[in-house]
Design a protein around this ligand. Sequence first.
Ligand code: RP5
Length: 150
Amino acid sequence: MGSGDTDYPIMKDCEKILKILKVKYQTSIVSAHRTPKRMFNFAETAEKNGFGVIVAGAGGAAHLAGMVASLTTLPVIGVPIESKKLKGLDSLLSVNQMPRGVVVATVAINGAFNAGILAASIISNFDAKVKSNLERWRRLQTQSIKKKPK
Ligand code: RP5
């Protein structure tokens, strides 16, 4: 995620679902603007270091996800973090409006939980345990929906 104080409280939601689905993860601050060399190094070595998916959360002029995507062929999921002045519309467009040929799969503003689900879904293509965890979680979610309001 980026270096803003707003980022981790939101990205914790991603950690939450990854824990539930038992997907191994690492959380780091990799600021596109303030630590560009760290970002470059992280993205370039991510595949070699065993990452299967990268979830990148940033807000405002949110270049992190797009720049990471430009440096790796791993799937990159962008989480636009809500900003104060424009309520995250700036973040959403920065993350989502990628040029043809470099892709960021973008979730909703503050959609870190769904980013975790999507990451798990990608991992489940080559990890049977994660697949069954995800299927079970989806079943439980369906069962938890009431037929009528109370
Ligand atoms: C903050 O600026 C946001 O939270 C966002 O993640 C950040 C982007 O700046 P860098 O971390 O790339 O410096 O407002």
